[in-house]
Design a protein around this ligand. Structure first.
Ligand code: 13P
Length: 252
């Protein structure tokens, strides 16, 4: 049985006071939903403060990115060990905004996955097609290429500690959520890819989140799909009530 996992990706939003208050609100409500793993992923400058704000609660903290080198002259970057040092349990890797705005390649994502695992972080690895790719019938191919490239060399033991997030780019921040069937189709493909590359035990164990315009009022239908194990939530994770509405849907 896969434990549902709801993570909030706050992206580049909020100030310090707002971040701390939001984290405290989520932490306070999270005890009601013991069957669900909950995480918040603030901007890196607020990680330490947010970690302090959720202390004593089951809420995990995640970074939105790390660099793959251990240390050195990499101005502006943070390492996996630094993320761990300020309290991170998770790190989002290969988010479409990093792939398409910041130019991250599958190879970059792969190196970051390796670095995250070495530091003991749980990577949340994002995969997803552009609208043009979906319209051209290329979704399955794009997902497989991203999976193969981003997770190259990852062992069966390591993949068990990884979370996948299917985030169709056309659904992110657009209010155009994938239908439950569209999400389930890709999640099922991902499970087949996992079974082919590893084995059925791995395919059954790895959690696959859906992300893209998830809200409290559409989460239940998505999460009811047998292969949708949680959500990676952007805009709706910025308000306690809205985010906890999604967590509540996962708890059902
Ligand atoms: P929205 O929920 O705002 O569409 O963002 C999804 C996302 O990118 C989460 O990583």
């Amino acid at each position: 049985m896969r434990r549902p996992f709801i993570a909030g990706n706050w992206k580049m939003n909020l100030d310090r006071a707002q971040a701390v208050a939001l984290a405290a609100g989520v932490a306070q409500r999270s005890a009601e939903f013991g069957a669900v793993d909950v995480a918040v992923c603030p901007p890196s400058v607020y990680l330490a403060a947010v970690h302090e704000s959720v202390a004593g609660s089951p809420v995990g903290v995640g970074a939105q990115n790390i660099y793959f080198e251990v240390s050195g002259a990499f101005t502006g970057e943070i390492s996996a060990a630094m993320a761990v040092d300020v309290g991170c349990r998770y790190v989002i890797l290969g988010h479409s905004e990093r792939r398409h705005i910041l130019g991250e390649t599958n190879e970059d994502v792969n190196r970051k996955v390796v670095a995250a695992l070495a530091a003991g972080l749980i990577p949340i690895v994002c995969l997803g097609e552009l609208l043009a790719e979906r319209e051209a019938g290329q979704t399955a191919d794009v997902i497989r290429q991203q999976f193969d490239g981003s997770l190259a060399g990852v062992s069966a033991e390591q993949i068990n500690g990884i979370v996948l997030a299917y985030e169709p780019v056309w659904a992110i921040g657009t209010g155009k959520v994938a239908t439950p069937d569209q999400a389930e189709e890709v999640h099922t493909d991902l499970r087949k890819i996992l079974a082919d590359r590893y084995n059925t035990a791995v395919a059954d164990a790895v959690r696959i989140q859906y992300g893209g315009s998830v809200k409290a009022n559409n989460a239940a239908d998505l999460l009811a799909q047998p292969n949708v194990d949680g959500a990676l939530v952007g805009g709706a994770s910025l308000k306690v009530e809205e985010f906890m509405g999604i967590v509540a849907a996962a708890a059902k």
